[in-house]
Design a protein around this ligand. Structure first.
Ligand SMILES: Nc1ncnc2c1ncn2[C@@H]1O[C@H](COP(=O)(O)OP(=O)(O)O)[C@@H](O)[C@H]1O
Ligand SMILES: [Mg+2]
Length: 231
């Protein structure tokens, strides 16, 4: 289906993030125009320092643009209050990071269910949903294990369950395979694609690995904070 026939879920116009470092300015991303339809699998490629993480942080509402417009899932991120941004991050976006970012003292089930509890769901509802997801991700036998007792692939699958527990429309994954061997990296990419196909979630993956190339429906190439190619 072409973009014209589908609702766009991300619209950025002249999106810019310049970092002030002492007296100098560092370009994060520069004048990026982007329109992504709901349900795409977007792969963002580019060398280290090209602006991939900056772009994902802006889309996630974790950082604010210095210039430009950004609408994500009908939220104008320039107009949101702090409280609205907190809800947006919790309910609209699921994030997956290279370093997993699990809480070391919480077990797999507690890590995965935490965002649902923070969103005000009951413990039973939060845990039941997390258990379904962890089961789907092949971690049912690991519910009471701590992150330190897991392999890298298992930690990343736990992080994916956590990212999904509030049923976000958009999953943003920043170098999700960066700390995994190629086999586990491929498993993680395949899971991100599967949840796109199963639930229609929009998935954006920033990576310099080739593992996701053949599965992307949209590819964006960044260089020095600018889009150089968009296919
Ligand atoms: N918090 C920050 N403060 C200053 N400069 C930053 C900050 N975050 C990123 N940058 C700079 O912005 C540019 C883009 O970085 P980043 O978005 O992390 O790229 P990538 O994820 O593609 O490696 C780099 O030059 C980087 O040094
Ligand atoms: Mg990065």
């Amino acid at each position: 289906m072409s973009l014209k026939n589908r609702q766009s879920i991300i619209t950025a116009k002249s999106l810019t993030r310049i970092y002030a470092v002492g007296d100098s300015e560092v370009v994060g991303i520069n004048n990026v125009d982007l329109e992504i339809a709901a349900g795409e699998i977007v792969v963002i490629k580019g060398n280290s320092g090209s602006g991939k993480s900056t772009l994902l942080s802006l889309l996630a509402g974790l950082d604010c643009p210095t210039q430009g417009e950004l609408t994500v899932a009908d939220h104008d991120l320039n107009q949101c209050s702090e409280a609205q941004l907190t809800r947006f991050r919790r309910e609209v976006i699921g994030m997956v990071f290279q370093s997993f970012n699990l809480l070391p003292t919480l077990n797999v089930l507690e890590n995965a269910s935490l965002p649902a509890l923070l969103a005000g769901k009951s413990l039973a509802e939060s845990q039941n949903h997390a258990i379904d997801l962890l089961d789907w991700l092949g971690l049912k036998a690991r519910l009471t294990h701590l992150p330190a007792q897991l392999s890298g692939g298992e930690m990343q699958r736990t992080a994916i369950a956590r990212a999904l527990v509030n049923d976000p429309a958009i999953i943003l994954a920043d170098e999700p395979t960066g700390n995994l061997d190629s086999r586990n990296g491929q498993i993680v990419i395949n899971l991100l694609v599967k949840l796109n196909r199963k639930w229609g979630r929009t998935v954006m993956i920033a990576t310099h690995s080739n593992l996701a190339d053949s599965l992307a429906t949209v590819k964006i190439y960044l260089k020095d904070g600018m889009i150089t190619k968009h296919t």
